[in-house]
Design a protein around this ligand. Sequence first.
Ligand code: 5GP
Ligand code: ZN
Length: 117
Amino acid sequence: MVQDPSCLFCKIVERKIPSTVVYETDDALAFRDIHPQAPVHIVIVPKKHIPTITDVTLPDLHLINALFVAGNRIVEEEQIRDKGFRLVMNCRRDGGQTVDHLHLHLLGGRQMHWPPG
Ligand code: 5GP
Ligand code: ZN
């Protein structure tokens, strides 16, 4: 699989940087955020390096599917499925994206607020 050697999340996928992995499939990896914003804060990434959501091509659409499937499994394991949770994907500068490897944030374990900051 072609990866970006300078990408933080590629390094986490390749286990060159340690993380607390909570879920893994052939297509996706989920690990605990290093600066959690909620009692449950998990980052779900495609193993393939895709910078952001606008870079997703038709052949890669199944990878987006894999992120949500992973999310559905994780909320069961974290026991937040019924109480509720939030899935967030930040995109580029104004969206607050700081790591240019597409990822879904899964946040839960507390009341979320709207609008987000
Ligand atoms: P973004 O701001 O791009 O939407 O999300 C990037 C997330 O990655 C942030 O919530 C940040 O705390 C998390 N993060 C940054 N570096 C690391 C790291 O080395 N390990 C882990 N587990 N999370 C990280
Ligand atoms: Zn990457």
